[in-house]
Design a protein around this ligand. Structure first.
Ligand SMILES: NC(=O)c1ccc[n+]([C@@H]2O[C@H](COP(=O)([O-])OP(=O)(O)OC[C@H]3O[C@@H](n4cnc5c(N)ncnc54)[C@H](OP(=O)(O)O)[C@@H]3O)[C@@H](O)[C@H]2O)c1
Length: 279
């Protein structure tokens, strides 16, 4: 059985749908990953062969003002999961982020590139990556710019704003790959089924700026919104973000045969599905 921790989150819900009978989901009401007792009890009782950790403190700006919670959930929580996996002989799959990089490389990041997080969220997720290695069997899957049917995300924000305004300013100096949680779930399952271990990057292919992503969302939905450029400095958010954090995903493809579709094709599929709310 594959235990999905954080099963009520945006990624967790799509992963559970794709796993079907193979999956068992738990979230904060069933397990608190900041408590070693809670983690040991749940994993010891359910005895999964694989634990996929989709639970996290994902409010990037919130992490700046609450670093203790960020480290407790994203860092120490992974250590407790890894130790419980070690005790029970399970594989730990830890979902991580491009925010462990500083975005200064200028070309897509490969798995072995040196991390250098710019903010508390990235630091705490990097601690989580290191703590995953407490389990002899672990897999780290780094991804970026997630959106899915079951969570607050950029696509939904743009669609809401697009019905309220006819002009928006969106940052055009952060570059990455918008990634649909369904495609990330497919990649995670391919990595598990392929017996992969170690660190992998998984994102939809090709890249754009947030500004380009917003324009695509309005083009695909026929909303008539002018999308103006703005800089990250002008947006002035509490957390610094990497400017160029595209992830090179060829290791995933070589080792599993899984080819992530382009972000634009994924967006089209997402927009078709979002009215039905089912996969
Ligand atoms: N979203 C992105 O753009 C993005 C980008 C790169 C990587 N990632 C990574 O992808 C993974 C999934 O992200 P997501 O956007 O799907 O996250 P999400 O929607 O915020 O879901 C996280 C889930 O974890 C739960 N949780 C929080 N603290 C917990 C605890 N102490 N014990 C147990 N469960 C807890 C949350 O419950 P509550 O809602 O009740 O707090 C929520 O159900 C995370 O590892 C994230 O770091 C996300």
């Amino acid at each position: 059985m594959i235990l999905v921790v954080g099963a009520n989150g945006m990624l967790g819900q799509d992963l559970m749908s794709l796993l079907g009978d193979r999956g068992h989901g738990v979230d904060i009401a069933d397990i608190d990953i900041t408590s070693p007792e809670s983690v040991l009890e749940v994993i010891g009782r359910l005895k999964p062969t694989v634990v996929v950790n989709c639970a996290a403190y994902t409010d990037v700006d919130g992490c700046e003002s609450d670093p203790e919670t960020a480290m407790a959930v994203n860092g120490e929580g992974v250590a407790y999961l890894a130790m419980a996996c070690r005790e029970n002989g399970a594989l730990l799959v830890q979902v991580s982020t491009d925010y462990i990089f500083d975005g200064g490389k200028g070309t897509p990041y490969v798995e072995d590139d040196a991390p250098n997080p710019l903010g508390v969220y990235g630091e705490s997720k990097l601690a989580g990556e290191m703590n995953a290695a407490f389990s002899p069997e672990y897999l780290i899957v780094r991804t970026q710019w997630l959106y899915g049917l079951h969570g607050k995300n950029f696509v939904e924000t743009m669609l809401r704003l697009g019905t309220e305004k006819d002009e928006l300013a969106v940052v055009d100096d952060q570059i990455g790959s918008p990634t649909w949680t369904v495609d990330l779930s497919r990649a995670v399952i391919a990595l598990i089924d392929g017996g992969c271990r170690g660190t992998y990057h998984a994102a939809n292919s090709e890249y754009c700026s947030w500004n380009g992503f917003a324009k695509a969302i309005f083009e695909e939905t026929g909303l008539n919104v002018a999308v103006k450029p703005m800089t990250t400095t002008e947006l002035n958010r509490p957390a610094r973000r990497p400017l160029y954090s595209t992830l090179e995903c060829s290791k995933l493809t070589v080792d599993t045969g899984f080819h992530p579709q382009t972000w634009r094709d994924a967006l089209r599929q997402y927009l078709k599905l979002r009215t039905s709310k089912t996969l």
